[in-house]
Design a binder for this molecule. Structure first.
Ligand code: NAP
Ligand code: ZN
Ligand code: ZN
Length: 353
């Protein structure tokens, strides 16, 4: 076994703190990765605090991992020592069900193995995520980081990037369309950048008036403060697609009515409590749709990384030492994220010393 060190939550109510544990030695198809950076996703907070239920403790969060390969198993074909790689939200799946065969491992019918909070295929063991110094992962779930991307700013692509890219692609967002993005946090700011790169006219909906200038600088063509009823009314019946990234329950009707006929609103934000129910008439009168979407498959994640490299897209990040993780969570709860915290894993050495 390999000695590993990171930060873990021991239960739902105590802060994350230093934690020693073990990783498996690389098996035939495994790569061992020295973790350089890990993004901080709101899902980490939901899980560490058991807001979705079902958290296995100790919980080492983190599923936006960028690192360097330090060892490979004898059967590994795609990677070699020294390669720069990424690991996102999944480290395994059953690989045989219909979803897995179609490259949609995130919808594995048996349940994929999360990068943290397990359960591991076969053993059911807990898995530990990227707020740590090293990880061992089957090469099938490891992504290649394209040349030329800033490594720390690439980490958030592994969840925030793919979670927004996948529905934008699935609903075929394209030039000439008007696309709404709701919430300017980690996911939302990636959605703005990606939808702009796909050629859409992007309207950002925010509860934070002070994010207006940033949203425009990120590429949004218009910014609407969602509490401003008049500004909202100006967009009624006009949007082709809305991506809702908000991490808390809110009024979906206020957004649904902004969709044009046959428009779709896709929910990726995953609040702990349900949204208030929507009014059926807002759906049937214009054949509008509400759907959900979960991260993206491995092949699509690689496609997204390559798309980002081609278009020069990475996240806007605030780098933090891991010792600041609990403060970062508090800021996230106040929507005070600009626009993704990324942990510099070198900082772990201060605790290990
Ligand atoms: P984040 O960085 O905290 O951003 C969430 C944004 O939502 C905030 O910046 C804020 O934007 C808006 N918001 C409005 N009211 C809020 C409130 N009361 N509390 C919190 N946020 C509020 O979070 P994230 O990492 O982007 O994640 C967003 C959600 O997506 C989370 O629920 C996360 O678990 C979920 N998620 C889902 C998937 C998936 O596969 N479907 C993947 C990753 C994450 P404004 O200030 O602009 O209003
Ligand atoms: Zn995430
Ligand atoms: Zn499967």
């Amino acid at each position: 076994m390999i000695k590993a060190f990171g930060y873990a939550a021991q239960d739902a109510s105590t802060p994350l703190a230093p934690f020693s544990f073990e990783r498996r030695d690389p098996k035939e198809n495994d790569v061992q990765i020295e973790i350089l950076y890990c993004g901080v996703c709101h899902s980490d907070l939901h899980t560490a605090r058991a807001e979705w239920g079902g958290t296995n403790y100790p919980c080492v969060p983190g599923h936006e991992i960028v690192g360097r390969v330090t060892r490979v198993g004898s059967g590994v074909k795609k990677f070699k020592e020294g390669d720069l790689v990424g690991v996102g939200c999944m480290v395994d799946s059953c690989r045989t069900c219909r979803s897995c065969r179609e490259g949609l491992e995130q919808y594995c019918e048996v349940g994929f193995t999360g990068t943290y909070n397990g359960p591991e295929q076969g053993t059911g063991a807990n898995t530990y995520g990227g707020y740590s110094d090293t990880v061992t992962v089957d090469e099938s779930f490891v992504l290649r980081v394209p040349d030329g991307l800033d490594l720390a700013a690439t980490a958030p692509l592994l969840c925030a990037g793919i979670t927004t890219y996948s529905p934008l692609r699935r609903w075929r967002v394209q030039p000439g369309q008007k696309v709404g993005v709701v919430g300017l946090g980690g996911l939302g700011h990636m959605a703005v950048k990606l939808a702009c790169a796909m050629g859409a006219h992007v309207v950002l909906f925010t509860t934070s008036p002070n994010k207006r200038e940033d949203a425009l600088a990120l590429g949004a063509h218009e910014v609407v403060v969602s509490k401003d009823k008049e500004a909202m009314a100006a967009h009624v019946n006009s949007l082709d697609f809305i991506l809702d990234t908000v991490a808390a329950p809110h009024d979906l009707d206020a957004l649904l009515v902004l969709l044009a006929r046959d428009g779709a609103m896709v929910l990726v934000g995953a609040p702990a409590e349900p949204h208030p129910a929507t009014t059926v008439f807002n759906l049937i009168m214009k054949r509008r749709q509400i759907a959900g979407s979960l991260i993206g498959g491995i092949a699509e994640t690689q496609e997204m990384l390559d798309f980002c490299a081609k278009h020069g897209i990475t996240a806007e990040i605030e780098m933090i030492p891991i010792q600041d993780i609990n403060r970062a969570y508090e800021r996230m709860l106040k929507s005070d994220v600009k626009y993704r915290f990324v942990i510099d894993m070198k900082s772990l050495k201060q605790d290990a010393a």
